[in-house]
Design a binder for this molecule. Structure first.
Ligand code: TA6
Length: 304
């Protein structure tokens, strides 16, 4: 049977190549730069169900603002070397297209990355945590499979192909579109400890957004719900291989301070990110692998 999907390779935006996926259940777009999903539109939806800034910059040395950035091999400012960029090197590296296939869950696109990948910023040689007592070579093979269907499934798998143990952090940093962030709630994290890195704008539990929220839940359950009455929609999220979550909205002031983020765009997005970081970072012995990902499923809210 002929494949029920089309991959349109080699299209360009700002000099970066991307693939357009046209399947029966959904369409999508993923850039080779960062293996960065920028669009996912399930059949029947009028718009993409991943948010993308109108000011996103498409350039080698910049992470695309919005969509689904991959944070690897560290999260945020937890860089092992002073010159390392926020959220690691993977979202600034050129991934290899390794193939696509029709599955029951939609069109699965796989991209690969290793320490020899061209990265806008160098540094794979010092990108991982290692035991200084160890000797041997640091090498890895990452594979990222994103499945465009009625749900969006993202899965990052990392294998230690070197000869010494490596430690790393990882997150799938998805931007979800919402009608108005001040009207939505995030449930599933009630009662779990968190570190607030922002202005502490999360009111109560379920989380509501009244100011900047930048919360790290180092250890929390795998299921979240993002409820958006204004859009009549709920996203259910189910993570795998992650220790916790990050919840982020920049709100007005931080959005205004970001050049690739529209001043009013803070109202229309929420980031919910399965993450393993800090004491829960992932350590792999030579030959070991670990997978981390999330399935995001939109549901229509019943009429009240
Ligand atoms: O995931 C939340 C966060 O770590 C925030 O602190 C904010 O920096 C956000 O990521 C975006 O980071 P970026 O490097 O993409 O601007």
């Amino acid at each position: 049977m002929a494949d029920a999907f089309t991959i349109v390779p080699g299209a360009y935006a700002g000099g970066l190549r991307y693939l357009d996926v046209i399947g029966d259940a959904a369409t999508g777009r993923v850039f080779l730069h960062g293996a960065h999903v920028t669009s996912w539109r399930p059949d029947g939806e009028d718009e993409s169900l991943v948010w993308l800034s109108e000011r996103a910059i498409f350039a080698d040395e910049t992470a695309i603002r919005g969509g689904v950035p991959i944070c690897f091999p560290w999260f945020g400012p937890n860089r092992p070397t002073p010159e390392g960029p926020a959220h690691g090197l993977a979202r600034l590296s050129e991934w290899r297209f390794e193939g696509a296939a029709e599955t029951d869950a939609g069109v699965a696109v796989t991209l690969g990355l290793d320490q020899d990948a061209p990265a806008a910023v160098p540094g794979w040689g010092a990108a991982f945590r290692v035991d200084e007592q160890d000797e041997g070579e640091v090498r890895f093979q990452a594979r990222y499979t994103v499945t465009f269907g009625s749900s969006l499934t993202t899965s990052l798998s990392v294998t230690n192909t070197g000869s010494r143990a490596i430690g790393f952090e990882a997150a799938i940093h998805t931007y979800y579109p919402v009608s108005d962030v001040r009207q939505v709630s995030v449930s599933g994290l009630e009662g779990y400890p968190f570190v607030e890195r922002g202005a502490g704008g999360g009111a109560g539990e379920p989380i509501r957004f009244t100011r900047e929220v930048d919360r790290v839940y180092p250890a929390a359950p795998s299921a979240l719900r993002l409820t958006d009455p204004g859009a009549g929609r709920r996203f259910t999220l189910e993570s795998s291989g992650a220790a916790g979550w990050v919840v982020w909205n920049p709100f007005r002031d931080k959005a205004a301070a970001m050049g690739d983020f529209g001043d009013e765009e803070w109202r229309s997005m929420v980031c919910l990110e399965p993450v393993s970081l800090g004491e829960a970072m992932i350590w792999l012995q030579p030959g070991q692998s670990h997978g981390l990902g999330v399935v995001s499923t939109p549901q229509t809210l019943p009429d009240r």
